[in-house]
Design a protein around this ligand. Structure first.
Ligand code: IMP
Length: 200
């Protein structure tokens, strides 16, 4: 069975991704298995570049096929912000709460001058890197709207403010269903389709 390392420090994400890839004939390892990895600075301008940088560096370090992702929220009226800065949008000591507040405050500021547009998307780019340096990247997007008042208790990041019209719920309220429709799932499904070809 092919061993693949999942390079993310976010334990909720590890659980989400493992569930999505659980049908495949691969063994997935992560920091939850006691494997230590160096920190990779995500200093690039795009999700693609950041996920590639992370996957390549960790794959070379562990000499193991590695999957890394970079994700974020892109709000239309904020010209795509917070984008690649989603995790630290409200500064060094950012929390999900302070990040969401900053996004909502900025949207409200814009709405003083422009008509209401709450459209947003969550974006993930997943990259699989081989220790030889070859990379394969896949993008997934989920469209929604930003709401002012948090709803739901599950998930992480901007989930409780990200409203999905089709289900009339936020991602936090959707719970398990999030894993069926999310940006990460869409990217992972694309990877899943190509995986046997990639692994040869
Ligand atoms: P990362 O680079 O993939 O760790 O994601 C950066 C940031 O984007 C996270 O800290 C969250 O704030 C946000 N984010 C990523 N994925 C999600 C999601 O599934 N729901 C809500 N927010 C997310």
């Amino acid at each position: 069975m092919t061993k693949i390392f999942l390079a993310t420090g976010n334990k909720k994400k590890i659980i989400e991704i493992k569930k999505i890839l659980s049908e495949l004939d691969i063994e997935i390892y992560s920091i939850n298995d006691g494997i230590e990895i160096p920190e990779v600075i995500e200093d690039k301008e795009t999700f693609e570049e950041n996920s590639q940088k992370k996957a390549v560096e960790i794959s070379k370090y562990l000499n193991m096929i590695t999957i890394a992702d970079d994700s974020g929220l892109c709000v239309e009226c904020l010209e795509g912000r917070p984008g690649v800065y989603s995790a630290r949008y409200s500064g060094e000591n950012a929390t999900d709460l302070t990040n969401s507040k900053k996004v909502i405050d900025e949207i409200k500021e814009i709405e003083k001058e422009k008509s209401k547009n709450r459209k947003a998307k969550l974006v993930t780019v997943i990259t699989l890197a081989k220790p030889t340096g070859e990379t394969y990247s896949f993008r997934g997007e989920l469209e929604g709207e930003i709401i002012d008042v948090a709803r739901g208790t599950e998930g992480f990041g901007y989930d409780s403010h990200f409203y999905v019209e089709e289900y009339e719920k936020t991602l936090s309220e959707l719970g398990e269903l999030k894993n069926k429709i999310s940006h990460r799932t869409k990217a992972l499904k694309k990877l899943e389709k190509e995986l046997s070809k990639i692994l040869g």
